[in-house]
Design a protein around this ligand. Structure first.
Ligand SMILES: [Mg+2]
Length: 267
């Protein structure tokens, strides 16, 4: 590599970069702590909608020993809330997803429709994210909303699986695949990575230009793909799922842990 590049803004994934399941990836955290001593803006951008931005901020503050504000967190749940507000205004929304998604939607001014009464077709929008308590009843509700009510179908993300310590677990994509199969419909929009929507939210809100950005993630099919679509540099770190799924891609840099970036970047 010739010359070192200066990046002003890091867009960092969480699952597989800062932690895997309940296990903190200290070798990556150690490097992140060093980054906070430089003049670099750090944003955490995650497809995982199960927690709110403020819950992620609290968790990161505990792990990093730095005060992390929820303004520096973008989840696919927050992205869904923002997208709906921009495209539909304040809306009534059916949701398959956990509290993190529900709360972000409510924070953006939306109201949650009762998915147990889908046949009433109260709402025009269905949002689907990872829901580890999903039941046939909820899926039936979503199916009816898609087929009978013809609601717009918004997916937080389509990750097939999530990394856990020594296995993977089904992701939001698996729930969406269920509904695609039953309803014969595909999501009208997918907000999570590999869509660069969340990266663009940060760029818009903080007036960031592409050449200043470095994306860091563990997945070829989401983080690195989204960076490619946006046209920004990226780092694939092998502490997460890419090794488990044997994914191949062409990031700007590939490292075993973020510690290895110390030699590559002039931080
Ligand atoms: Mg990840």
């Amino acid at each position: 590599m010739s010359g070192r590049k200066q990046y002003r803004v890091l867009l960092i994934d969480l699952d597989g970069v800062v932690w895997v399941g309940d296990h903190v990836l200290w070798e990556n955290v150690e490097w992140l702590r060093r980054v906070y001593r430089k003049h670099i803006e750090v944003f955490y951008v995650t497809n995982n909608s199960t927690m709110t931005r403020s819950e992620y901020a609290e968790k990161l503050t505990r792990i990093l020993g730095e005060t992390i504000s929820s303004a520096s967190i973008v989840t696919s749940g927050y992205a869904a809330g923002r997208y709906i507000r921009e495209e539909y205004g304040r809306a009534l929304v059916y949701v398959i997803g956990e509290e993190g998604l529900v709360q972000e939607l409510v924070r953006e001014g939306h109201t949650i429709a009762n998915i147990a009464e889908p046949h009433r077709c109260q709402a025009d929008i269905l949002v689907v994210g990872l829901d580890r308590h999903v039941t046939y009843q909820k899926l039936l509700g979503a199916h009816i909303v898609l087929t009978k009510c013809r609601a717009d179908f918004i997916a937080t993300n389509t990750d097939n699986a999530l990394p856990s310590q020594d296995y993977t677990a089904p992701g939001a994509g698996a729930i969406i695949a269920f509904l695609e199969r039953s309803s014969g419909r595909k999501p009208d929009i997918i907000l999570g990575k590999p869509s660069p929507f969340m990266y663009k939210l940060v760029m818009r809100e903080y007036n960031v230009s592409k050449r200043d950005i470095l994306v860091i993630g563990d997945r070829c099919d989401t983080d690195i793909k989204a960076a490619e679509k946006l046209g920004v540099d990226s780092v694939l770190v092998k502490t997460g799922i890419s090794a488990m799924l044997r994914q191949k891609c062409h990031p700007t840099y590939t490292v075993n842990t973020l510690r290895d970036l110390g030699d590559l970047l002039s931080f």
